[in-house]
Design a binder for this molecule. Structure first.
Ligand code: COA
Ligand code: MG
Length: 297
């Protein structure tokens, strides 16, 4: 799994230089410059040009520079043009939408591999992230998850999925829960990060977004898509281990080491049984905190 932390990934429309600059200044883990559904059909060329220029001219700080291209399919050549025109500017990765099979990932992978050779970049340095957001995509999660080594994350797309299912979106999300759960399961089975869907209601109370982010976090998701700057700190906070949880994890690991020395593999700590799964969870929490730039040692 990539160690790059991806707690919030903010979409900015690719044809809007102002939003790209604004997003780049936010200290967000990843900025996704969109060439797909956030761009009008009449502005695709302009968006490619704007994104190519932004990669050369905007200061992104520590934010990962990702581009969402159009779906890899044979209906049109947009996706191919998206890659051809932006690859020379060396983005950190590409987000592929509406992925339904391994072949789509391999086609994008081939073109990126050729660019890495041409420019002498490190092999697999340009990452791929796949959005799975159709019924067929969910059914094919297994072949998608192991399609290519440069694939580092699966992203859940609830809005398009609801359309593909003929389902109606509700606030508790049960209509997409099986798919949301299946996506994180497949991601983790194949060593990938799992990123949760967008929260589209910009008028909702912050607590509603936080509840949805917490739910994703408890399910094992590593991060969530964002569509507005206001969502970024709320999301990143939920995926950043608190000082109290870091302290508790460290103390648990210390207690475990002490018991190991005295020859006991399982023991009671603060009224609860502790054995290896809890220790592994504590170690994972410390790894997450380190990846988020916190000093835990
Ligand atoms: N990235 C960067 N900056 C953004 C932003 C985004 N996604 N969304 C809003 N902003 C900026 C605005 O430009 C504005 O900046 P300003 O004060 O300097 O003018 C500020 O944040 C406040 O924005 P606000 O007025 O609340 O929103 P808006 O009406 O300008 O935009 C949306 C609303 C939904 C159009 C906008 O949030 C957006 O474009 N989101 C991303 C959409 C997208 O990419 N969708 C595809 C994936 S689902
Ligand atoms: Mg979509």
């Amino acid at each position: 799994m990539t160690s790059r932390t991806r707690r919030a990934l903010l979409f900015s429309p690719g044809d809007d230089r102002h939003k790209i600059e604004k997003g780049a200044a936010l200290d967000v883990d990843a900025l996704i410059m969109d060439l797909e559904d956030g761009v009008a059909l009449t502005r695709k060329d302009e968006a490619r040009e704007t994104v190519a220029q932004a990669l050369g001219g905007v200061q992104f700080g520590n934010s990962e520079r990702l581009i969402r291209i159009n779906p890899v399919d044979d209906d049109n050549e947009w996706w191919y043009q998206d890659l051809e025109q932006t690859l020379p500017h060396n983005p950190d990765g590409y987000v592929l939408p509406k992925v339904e099979n391994a072949e789509q990932i391999k086609r994008a992978d081939d073109i990126i591999t050729q660019a890495e050779r041409r420019y002498g970049w490190l092999y697999h340095s340009v990452h791929l992230l796949a959005i799975v957001e159709t019924a067929l995509g969910i059914v094919n999660l297994k072949e998608i998850a192991r399609a290519a080594p440069r694939l580092t994350a699966l992203i859940f797309g609830a809005e398009d999925l609801a359309g593909s299912l003929g389902a109606m979106r509700t606030s508790d999300g049960w209509e997409v829960f099986h798919a949301r759960s299946s996506l994180v399961l497949h991601a983790k089975a194949y060593g990938l990060q799992a990123i949760d869907t967008v929260f589209v209601d910009l008028t909702a109370d912050d607590s509603q977004l936080v509840t949805e982010v917490e739910q994703a976090h408890y399910m094992g998701y590593n991060g969530k898509l964002a569509i507005h700057p206001r969502q970024v700190p709320l999301i990143q906070k939920v995926f950043t281990p608190s000082a109290a949880r870091i302290k508790a994890a460290r103390q648990l690991i210390e207690a475990f080491k002490a018991h190991q020395h005295s020859g006991r593999g399982v023991f009671a700590y603060e009224g609860k049984m502790v054995d290896m799964p809890m220790i592994r969870a504590a170690e994972q929490l410390l790894a997450q905190a380190r990846a988020a730039g916190l000093d835990v040692d």
